[in-house]
Design a protein around this ligand. Structure first.
Ligand SMILES: Cc1cc2nc3c(=O)[nH]c(=O)nc-3n(C[C@H](O)[C@H](O)[C@H](O)COP(=O)(O)OP(=O)(O)OC[C@H]3O[C@@H](n4cnc5c(N)ncnc54)[C@H](O)[C@@H]3O)c2cc1C
Length: 261
C-alpha cells in the first residue's frame, strides 16, 4: 500500500528517487489496483513533470508519456490503429486515468496498446537511455523514465483485432499486423508473458513463402506457446491467436475494409 507520494520539482529529482527504490506513478491504474502485483510504498508522481500532449513534430506523431488512453482515442493526430487499440479497453474510467507511458512500462501481456505500437514501428524516448525502438525498451529498458512515444510514418495497411469473451472481460488474444509489399509486422498479446513480435513468420510472409491463410495460420500456430489459464486453455489461445493473425495478414494484403491507416 502506498504510504508516501512525492511530486518532484525536476526529472533529475524523480530519477534520483527512483534510484533509491521509489516507483514512478502515472495514472496509477496498475500501481493502485488492489490486485496489482506491484505493491510500492513510495511513489513519485509524474503528473505535471512528463508531457501528456498528442501532436506532430515534422512527419512523426509525438505522444507525451502522460497522455491518457482516452486522449489517444480522441486525438485526430494519432494513427487510427492506435486510437482503435486504446479504445478496446472497455472502461472509460480506466482509459481516462491510464497513460500510454504506464501501459508500456507495465508491459503486460494483455496490453492492447503495445501490439499496435509495434506494428506502427513506434519509438520510445527515455530520460536516461535516450530514444530507442519500443521492442528494445520492452526488452532492455529496465524501468527508464519514458517521456514520449514517437511514431514515424509507415507504409502499408494495419489490422488490429482481439478475441474477448465478453465486452468487459480480459482479452484471450490480441493481434496487430502491418503489411505492405515489402514489409510485415505481426505483434501478438496474451500468448506469452509479454507482447511478442513473430519475426520468423514475418520474414516468410514478406518473402512469399507463406501464401495462403492456412500457411500463415500454421506458421503462427507453430511459433507461439501460450500459457494455460483458468479462463482459456493454451490450445484455445493458440488457435484463436493464429486464426486472428492469419486473417489480419490476408486483410492487410487485400486492402480489406477492416484495415486501418
Ligand atoms: C482492472 C483493469 C483492467 C485493465 N485491463 C487492461 C487491458 O485489458 N488491456 C490494456 O491494455 N490495459 C488494461 N488496463 C490498463 C493498463 O493495464 C494499465 O493499468 C495502464 O495502462 C497503466 O497506466 P498507468 O498510467 O495507470 O500506470 P501506473 O499504474 O501509474 O504505472 C504502471 C507501471 O508503469 C510505471 N510507469 C508509469 N509511467 C511511467 C513512465 N512514464 N516511465 C516509466 N515507467 C512508468 C510505474 O512505475 C508502474 O510500474 C487495465 C487496468 C485495470 C485497472
Amino acid at each position: 500500500m502506498i504510504q508516501e507520494a512525492v511530486k518532484p520539482g525536476s526529472i533529475k529529482e524523480a530519477e534520483s528517487l527512483r534510484a533509491q527504490g521509489w516507483a514512478y506513478m502515472a495514472g496509477g491504474t496498475l500501481i493502485n489496483w488492489v490486485a496489482s502485483p506491484l505493491k510500492p510504498e513510495k511513489v513519485v508522481l509524474l503528473e505535471g513533470l512528463v508531457p501528456g500532449t498528442v501532436g506532430r513534430e515534422g512527419d512523426d506523431v509525438v505522444i507525451g508519456a502522460m497522455a491518457t488512453l482516452q486522449s489517444v482515442v480522441d486525438a485526430e493526430a494519432a494513427p487510427e490503429a492506435l486510437r482503435h487499440a486504446a479504445g478496446m479497453i472497455p472502461s472509460r474510467n480506466i482509459r481516462n486515468m491510464a497513460t500510454i507511458g504506464g501501459n508500456i512500462a507495465a508491459n503486460r501481456p494483455d496490453s492492447y496498446v503495445i501490439p499496435a505500437l509495434l506494428a506502427l514501428d513506434a519509438r520510445v524516448v527515455t530520460t536516461g537511455a535516450g530514444e530507442m525502438p519500443l521492442m528494445a525498451y520492452l526488452r532492455e529498458g529496465k524501468g527508464a523514465l519514458i517521456t514520449q512515444v514517437r511514431i514515424p510514418p509507415v507504409s502499408g495497411n494495419i489490422v488490429v483485432d482481439r478475441a474477448v469473451r465478453s465486452s468487459a472481460a480480459y482479452p484471450a488474444a490480441i493481434v496487430a499486423v502491418r503489411g505492405s509489399e515489402n514489409a510485415c509486422v505481426i505483434a501478438l498479446g496474451c500468448v506469452a508473458n509479454h507482447c511478442v513480435r513473430l519475426e520468423s513468420v514475418e520474414g516468410k510472409v514478406t518473402s512469399g513463402e507463406l501464401k495462403t491463410e492456412e500457411d500463415v495460420f500454421q506458421a503462427v500456430y507453430d511459433a507461439i506457446e501460450p500459457p494455460d489459464s483458468l479462463k482459456e486453455s493454451a490450445a484455445y489461445k493458440r488457435t484463436i491467436a493464429a486464426t486472428l493473425a492469419a486473417r489480419a495478414v490476408m486483410a492487410c494484403r487485400g486492402n480489406a475494409a477492416s484495415s486501418l491507416q
